[in-house]
Write a protein that binds this ligand. Structure first.
Ligand code: DC
Length: 242
C-alpha cells in the first residue's frame, strides 16, 4: 500500500495537520516537502507568504515599520502557493514571484514585516483558511502555537546556530560570498523572530523537539515519520474506542 493510503488508514481516514516550526536553517522546509510528498499532503511554507508581502512592500515603497500601511497592503493582496513538482510557486496578485523572494533584502524585510500584529493577524487568517480541510504540512514559526494550536502533529526542528548559518550559506545565491555575514544575518533574524512581542518563535508546549545539529536529513526524516505514525496510531485507537 502507498504511504499516503497507509497514512489515511492509520489515522482513521482523517487528514491531519502537521505543524513544523523552527528557526531559519533548521531544515524545516526540506523536511516539510519530504513529508508532504510521502503522505500526499499539501505543503504550505508560511515564510513564503511573509516574503511575498515584504516584496510587495519594498516594491511599493512602503515603510517596513508602518504597520497600518502594511496591513492595508496585505488586505489588497492575493498570495497563493501553487504546487509544482519542483516545489511550490509563489503567486502574488497573479504573478509568479518565486524567484524574487530569496534575496537577502527580501529575507530581512520579511522578518521585519512579520513583527507587526496586524500583519500576523492577516497571515494567520489566510493560513487557517488554506489549511482548513487538513491534509497539510504547514511550516513556519507559529504554526503549532498560533495558527493551528490543535494540530494533530507538532514538530519543533532546531539546530545549533553555527550549523544553521553554515547550511544557509551553502544554499545562498552565488552573490553571498561571505559566510560570516550570512551567519550574522541569520543570528540577527533569529533574535528578531524569537524576541518579538507577538507570536515569537518558540516551541508549543506539546511539540516534539528534534535537534538536527548532529543528524543527517534521513535521520531527521525517520524521526519525524516515527512521531507522525505514533500520533496516527493513537488517533486510530481513540477513534475505535469512541
Ligand atoms: O521561513 P522563512 O525564512 O521563509 O521566513 C521568513 C520570515 O518570515 C522569518 O524571518 C520570520 C517570518 N515568519 C513568521 O514570522 N512566521 C511564520 N509562520 C513564517 C515566517
Amino acid at each position: 500500500m502507498r504511504d499516503d493510503a497507509l497514512a489515511g488508514k492509520k489515522s482513521g481516514g482523517r487528514k491531519l495537520v502537521i505543524a513544523i516550526d523552527g528557526p531559519a536553517g533548521s531544515g524545516k522546509s526540506t523536511l516539510a516537502a519530504l513529508l508532504a510528498r510521502k503522505y500526499n499532503y499539501t505543503n504550505i511554507e508560511t515564510g513564503a507568504m511573509y516574503r511575498a508581502l515584504a516584496f510587495k512592500a519594498m516594491q511599493s515603497g512602503a515603510s517596513l515599520n508602518d504597520e497600518k500601511t502594511l496591513a492595508a497592503l496585505a488586505d489588497k493582496s492575493r498570495i497563493e502557493l501553487v504546487p509544482n513538482p519542483a516545489g511550490n510557486r509563489v503567486m502574488l496578485d497573479g504573478d509568479d514571484v518565486t524567484e524574487c523572494l530569496r534575496s537577502q533584502a527580501v529575507t530581512d524585510a520579511a522578518s521585519k514585516v512579520s513583527v507587526h500584529p496586524a500583519v500576523r493577524e492577516w497571515m494567520v487568517a489566510a493560513q487557517r483558511k488554506i489549511g482548513a480541510g487538513g491534509g497539510i504540512v504547514m511550516e513556519g514559526r507559529d504554526i503549532g502555537t498560533k495558527v493551528f494550536p490543535d494540530a494533530e502533529v507538532k514538530i519543533f526542528l532546531d539546530a545549533a546556530p553555527e550549523i544553521r548559518g553554515t547550511r544557509r550559506f551553502q544554499q545562498s545565491p552565488a552573490a553571498a560570498t561571505h559566510e560570516a555575514s550570512v551567519v550574522a544575518e541569520l543570528q540577527a533574524r533569529d533574535h528578531r523572530d524569537r524576541t518579538r512581542a507577538n507570536s515569537p518563535l518558540e516551541p508549543a508546549a506539546d511539540a516534539v523537539l528534534i535537534d538536527s545539529t548532529y543528524l543527517t536529513l534521513d535521520q531527521v526524516l525517520a524521526r519525524a515519520v516515527e512521531v507522525i505514525e505514533s500520533r496516527m496510531s493513537h488517533i486510530q485507537e481513540s477513534e475505535m474506542q469512541a
